[in-house]
Structures are given as structure tokens and as C-alpha cells.
Design a protein around this ligand. Structure first.
Ligand code: PLP
Length: 488
């Protein structure tokens, strides 16, 4: 008999990997931990109370040489990490903007991580591309977006990681449309100009810098008494820039500004952009979700005049970060600006021209299977379920605004059309600042601030998944009592 040499492959050596059984066990433990976290999160101080360095001070200076148990990791999550977490999922979180999530979203995220696909090309995972295209068409229906934004029209939707990335992609497409792709080839020559209101999010300025227009070529247009962009001033500025030999190429209008939820007048801005052949991008990062409810759709009146639009389900649609829905009316303009096809990505499907390759719709090449979590959320809640919760949040904010108006000590500082109330104590900036610090240090709730007309203003932003009427009532009680203690 022929003797055979036994070859031991290194893959037979007991490995370091988590086995499927271990994964199953720890997965169950982790889901249980998260479920319990949701049950207790309202008892935890909303704003993390740790001092600078507290978290790092408890971590070993060097990584472990040999693997540790999952139990040891989770013990450190509880002991070291949790105290350093600001609880964005607390029902008492009223700062900045909501970043709400939900069970179906977290499970969709887990599934995306489990599948671990790279959806850069249709060919690298057809389901990743096709589900995204389909779900974004669903979302377009849910918001009643103009027909051009559907994938079946000239445009289509794509999930970006953030509204900032959406603004950058829109600006890059606008830049190339305005220069016939010459900026991609030779760079900007300093003549391209972009416009936004003084209340626009800082991501617009960032995009202008990254896209090479130069921040000096961003015109910040003044706002009216409701903090909405003034189209008359925009018109004059565009005319002046044209007269000076510059090339107006991009206007960013906001539906729901970060400071006060102001609504820029899209019909007037859109008509101007059409006349001037300037790209109009509409940033509805938080407020856009409201358009799921027919009664709030007025906020996007005029959107049919826009070239691109974005809103963030990762803010107010129960979908954990990151998930920004970005729509363009002419997908060709976006793809022309962002497409590069190196040899190693060539494939038959792409060459056929029949498929969407989402790498051409964003800055990075690689992309996650983000549509899974959005799909899970929409299927779990249904459109009616989502409407119910959005209406509830708006109602709670309107109640809060009425209490503030009825108070002799506080005033509402800006219109509150949806889920954000800007307000302040009558006692002035220093008082409001100390009031905010005291409230947040209490751990009972978390508010943030802005400046409106240069006055220190508190913001009550309502939109966390489990915020109920009693949380808002308690917050108002707490605000009044803390203010009363401060009055000398
Ligand atoms: N635009 C507006 C109006 C916002 O309020 C925000 C965040 O607060 C952003 C853009 C930035 O969002 P993202 O973090 O998705 O880039």
C-alpha cells in the first residue's frame, strides 16, 4: 500500500475565532443587555457626568496579548463605558435633535453587520443595491416627493451616511454641471459661488471648503423675522455676483434649520434657481420626516423645483445612525461628477449600463447594507405607525410651547411649527446660561441652546422614541422649579 504523508494545515490549529455556538450565546446575552438598557435608560443621568479622562483612565494602557472573555468585556461596558455615555435614547433627552432608534432598526443593523457585504457595485451584492433603490422609492412615496426623485424617473435616491455627505455630493454635482465637468478636470478657478442662509447648517460651509469653491465664495443670505432665508436678498446677491463675472452654481435651502426649525421659502427660492440655472439643494435633515403626515407636507411645498433633497431617518424616523436619504432629480449629473471606473472594478453588469452602481453616487467606494434597517423600520411600523409617532411628538412640542407662552417668566423665541421649541427666561443671557447648566447637571433631562437675535436661547427638541407626555410635563416642571431657585 502506498503510504501518504499527512499534511497538517495551519487552519486545523485550534483558532482564536468566536465559534458559532459562542456567538449564539453571547449574541443572546447582548440582545438581552440592550433590552434591559432600554428598560432602565430613563433612570440614568441623561448627560454623562464623567470628567475628562475618566474613561481612558480606567482602560489598560496596552491591548491584551491574549484574548479575553466576552463576560469581561461586558463587565467593562457596564463599569467604564456606560457612565461615559450620554443617553441619546433616554426619553428625557431633549438636546440638539433626536437621534432616535428602535428595535427593528437595531436588528437590521445587526443583520447588515452579520452579512458584512460591500455594496459598492450592483455586482458585489445585487440585493444591497436593489433593496436600497426600492426602499428609497418607498420613502419617496411616504413623503410624496416629486416624481423626478423616483428611480423610475430621471433621478433616484441613495443612502448617504449623513446630511453633510449629501450636501457635499449635491455641491459636487452642481459644480460639475455649472462648469461642464471642467472643475473635475482642472480644479476650481475661484469663480464658482454658493449660497445659503445665515441659519444654514455648518455642513454647507464644510462642503464648500471641501469642494474647492473656497469659503469666501459662500454667501450667507440674511433671514426674515422667522429666521427663514430672504429670497429678495438672494436674488440681489446672485445678480451682483453675475455682474462681477462670477458663476452662481449652488443654493442650499433648509427645511427646518438647526437652531430654530425655520422653513426657507422653497417656491420663491426654487423659481429663482430655475431662472438662474443654479442647482437647488434642500436640506431637511430633521424636519423632513414630518412630511410622512399629509398635514405637515406644506413644509416641502416647492420641492419640485429642487435638484436634490435630503433628510435623515437617523434623526427622527426611528432608524439608528447612519441613514440619510438623498435624492437627485437628474441622476446623470451626480454620476457624471462622481464616477471613475478603474480596471479592477470593471464587470459585465456595469458595462451593460443597466444597473445602478451606488459607488458613483457617493464619495467613498465601499458601502454598507444600510437599507436593511430602514426596510425593517418601515415594515415594522408601517406608514401609519410612523405617522402616529411623528404626530405625537409634534403634539407634545405644541403643548410645551403653550405652557411656555402662558408663563410670565418665559417666552417662546421663534415659531415652533413642528417638534422643536426655542424659548428663554426673561431674565437675560447669563440667567439662561446658568439655568441650562443646572438643568443638565441634574441628570434629569438634557437640553441644548442656540443664539437667536444674539440672545441665549434654550432648545426643547422632542423626538426620542419613548418620550411620552409625562416626560415633557416633568421637564417643564423641572425647568420652572430650577429657574425659581435661581431667582434671587
Ligand atoms: N442639516 C441640518 C439642518 C441639521 O440640523 C444637521 C444636524 O443637526 C445637519 C444638516 C447635519 O446632519 P448630519 O449629522 O447627518 O451630517
Amino acid at each position: 500500500m502506498e503510504s501518504r504523508e499527512v499534511i497538517h494545515s495551519t487552519v486545523d490549529v485550534p483558532g482564536y475565532h468566536m465559534t458559532p455556538d459562542e456567538f449564539r450565546q453571547h449574541g443572546h446575552e447582548l440582545v438581552e443587555w440592550i433590552a434591559q438598557y432600554y428598560e432602565r435608560v430613563d433612570q440614568l443621568p441623561v448627560l454623562s457626568q464623567v470628567a475628562l479622562g475618566d474613561v481612558r483612565g480606567q482602560l489598560p494602557p496596552s491591548p491584551p496579548a491574549t484574548g479575553e472573555s466576552f463576560a469581561a468585556m461586558m463587565a467593562d461596558v457596564e463599569k467604564i463605558i456606560l457612565p461615559g455615555v450620554t443617553h441619546w435614547q433616554s426619553p428625557n433627552f431633549f438636546a440638539f435633535f433626536p437621534a432616535n432608534n428602535s428595535g427593528p432598526s437595531v436588528l437590521g443593523e445587526l443583520l447588515a453587520a452579520g452579512l458584512g457585504v460591500q455594496g459598492m457595485l450592483w455586482a458585489t451584492s445585487p440585493a444591497c443595491t436593489e433593496l436600497e433603490t426600492h426602499v428609497l422609492d418607498w420613502v419617496a412615496q411616504m413623503l410624496d416627493l416629486p416624481p423626478t426623485f423616483y428611480s423610475t424617473g430621471s433621478g433616484g435616491g441613495v443612502i448617504q451616511e449623513s446630511a453633510s455627505s449629501a450636501a457635499l455630493c449635491a455641491l459636487l454635482a452642481a459644480r460639475e454641471r455649472a462648469t461642464g465637468l471642467a472643475s473635475n478636470a482642472r480644479g476650481c478657478d475661484g469663480r464658482l459661488v454658493a449660497y445659503a442662509s445665515t441659519q444654514a447648517h455648518s455642513s454647507i460651509e464644510k462642503a464648500v471648503k471641501i469642494a474647492g469653491l473656497g469659503s469666501e465664495n459662500l454667501r450667507l443670505i440674511d433671514v426674515d423675522e422667522h429666521y427663514a432665508m430672504r429670497p429678495d436678498l438672494l436674488t440681489r446677491r446672485i445678480e451682483a455676483d453675475r455682474a462681477a463675472g462670477l458663476i452662481p452654481c449652488f443654493v442650499a435651502a433648509t427645511v427646518g434649520t438647526t437652531s430654530s426649525n425655520a422653513l426657507d421659502p422653497l417656491p420663491a427660492i426654487g423659481a429663482l434657481c430655475r431662472r438662474e440655472n443654479v442647482w437647488l439643494h434642500v436640506d431637511a435633515a430633521m424636519a423632513g420626516t414630518a412630511a410622512i403626515c399629509p398635514e405637515f407636507r406644506y413644509i416641502q411645498e416647492g420641492l419640485e423645483l429642487a435638484d436634490s433633497y435630503c433628510f435623515n431617518p437617523h434623526k427622527w424616523m426611528f432608524t439608528n445612525f447612519d441613514c440619510d436619504c438623498f435624492y437627485v432629480a437628474e441622476r446623470k449629473a451626480l454620476i457624471d461628477a462622481l464616477s471613475i471606473l478603474p480596471e479592477y472594478l470593471r464587470n459585465q453588469a456595469t458595462e451593460s449600463g443597466a444597473v445602478i452602481d451606488y459607488r458613483d453616487w457617493q464619495v467613498s467606494l465601499g458601502r454598507r447594507f444600510r437599507s436593511l434597517k430602514l426596510w425593517f423600520v418601515i415594515r415594522h411600523y408601517g406608514v401609519e405607525g410612523l405617522r402616529h409617532h411623528i404626530r405625537r411628538h409634534v403634539q407634545l412640542a405644541q403643548d410645551f410651547a403653550r405652557w411656555v407662552e402662558a408663563s410670565s417668566d418665559f417666552e417662546v423665541a421663534a415659531p415652533s411649527p413642528l417638534n422643536l421649541v426655542c424659548f428663554r427666561h426673561q431674565a437675560g443671557d447669563a440667567f439662561n446660561q446658568v439655568l441650562l447648566e443646572r438643568l443638565n447637571a441634574s441628570g434629569a433631562l438634557y437640553l441644548s441652546h442656540t443664539k437667536l437675535d444674539n440672545k441665549f436661547t434654550l432648545r426643547m427638541s422632542i423626538g426620542q422614541t419613548h418620550t411620552e407626555a409625562h416626560h415633557v410635563a416633568q421637564a417643564w416642571q423641572h425647568i420652572q422649579e430650577t429657574a425659581a431657585q435661581l431667582v434671587v
